[in-house]
Write a protein of this length. Sequence first.
Length: 581
Amino acid sequence: MEMSKNSEIAEIFEHISDMLNVLGENPFKVRAYRNAAENILDLGEDIEDVAARGGLTEIPGVGKDLAEKIDAYIKTGKIKEYEKLKEQVPLDLVDLLHIQGLGPKTLSLLFKELNVRDLAGLEKVLGGEEILKFRGMGKKKIDDIKRGVEIFRESKERTLLGAAVPIAEEVVSAIAKIPGTEGTILAGSIRRMRETVRDMDILTISDNTEAVVDEFTEMKFVKDVLASGGTKGSVILKEGMQADLRVVGPESYGAALMYFTGSKAHNVKLRTLATKKGLKINEYGVYKGEKRIAGETEREMYKTLGLPYIPPELREDRGEIEAAFEGKLPDLIEQDDIRGDLHTHTKWSDGRATIEEMAESALRLGYEYIAITDHSPSQTIANGLSIERLRAKQKELEIAAKKFKNIKVLMGTEVDIKSDGTLDYPDNVLKELDVVIASVHSGFKMDRVTMTNRIIRAVKNPYVHAIGHPTGRLLGERDPYDVDIDLVIEAAIDYGKALEVNGSYPRLDLNDLNVRKAVEAGVKVIISTDAHSTDHLLFMKYGVGTARRGWVQKKDVLNALPYEELIERLKEMRRRAAADT
């Protein structure tokens, strides 16, 4: 998602303010840029519209000089002063201003005298003797900065959604047990189900704010306290994530939940909308003049702005507000809509549970069916199944399936797509299977054309139902391979095949942007877990969350179909593909 021009310009002005601060410039000039940034961010109107009508100098804190810079950015995408400053002061250096114990004067000194330009450079000088020669740089000061660096590193790193959620849920549960609290809920990027998160925002209602904040900061999972007082507590958890708690009254609960859920760009759009209606919106409510007219619930907040409720996963300024006005918001897929999991592994390949154990767990989740899709023979590292072992597995699966009356156990495979696009099992084997997921597991360095053609050839195979984790990424470990996903989507349309939204949280592949492309083009998806244990079946919520971020509806999802309809659809996919081949 691209940032709005308001956000982009505000961020640049904040950077300029920080750079000037490091350079020791006039504090009034430093403050002017920061004030302008804050006012632009809170501007209740698109700044391009303001510029078009010649109203930039009407923005508080924006005089003729800053107005010219804003106008230049709107027209050219650049601000000359900012480009020059970046040559003098690295942005990595500016980022160090967020380190506790390291103020702008100290940072400026280290930059000018010891050529500290980034975190690595700072850590190097903190471990040396040269820094001690500067006035005020005693052992305690250096230890404070070192500790600040540790906290900075811990709070800076992003965490995979699936790793963050269990931690966050534990924290929420603990806060909810504090006497006098109610409505404790996760906000922020976790509530929006972003694939990685920097920290967690938590909201609760109480009229005894200081006591709640104090108890929160003293909980067993807290490693360091960053702030504590009033209505906010901010801590670093033992796992390294930053957690921020905000305590509000019931009259502002919905407003605060909307504000702290974000995204920033979505909130800016709402402020713009409110201004056009003669209203003001903030974390405390919607105001007409000095009177608060909404704030208790998010639905009330949106209704006051003339909008239906917008689900958190859509709040990214990707057209959701415009769709809401037009009555075109999607009826998003819900986890309860999922009837079964079509991509799972067992001990037959690299899983950790038996067929029966996976089926039992799926039944407990309320599923109507589960497909057991162990690896094909090329995946030797994953104990892929030879044709002989596949036959033996089929016999065990049939025996296991007879034990279950309330869940159907389907025979499937996750078959490797070879480098030339052929599959790891011959067609006469694939046609006997209920579910065939075709995936790339090797040869990731292919050029774009070769990789795209490789996957499209697999799409064309009449016995393939879906392409698994279509871009092959592993978050934080491996970039997507070079594939033209638009052409893969076209092929999926042409041959009536599905694409996977893989809920395994290191993958989440297709991602939200690509899955939206797919369903808007008319492609069906499967949302699955790629489970290698019974616990992994719970990853479905991350797949559903990613699909919701991609505007996916129940009608788009094959495994939201009842069993009989699913089986007929899978057979129809093969008939259609065979006719088109």
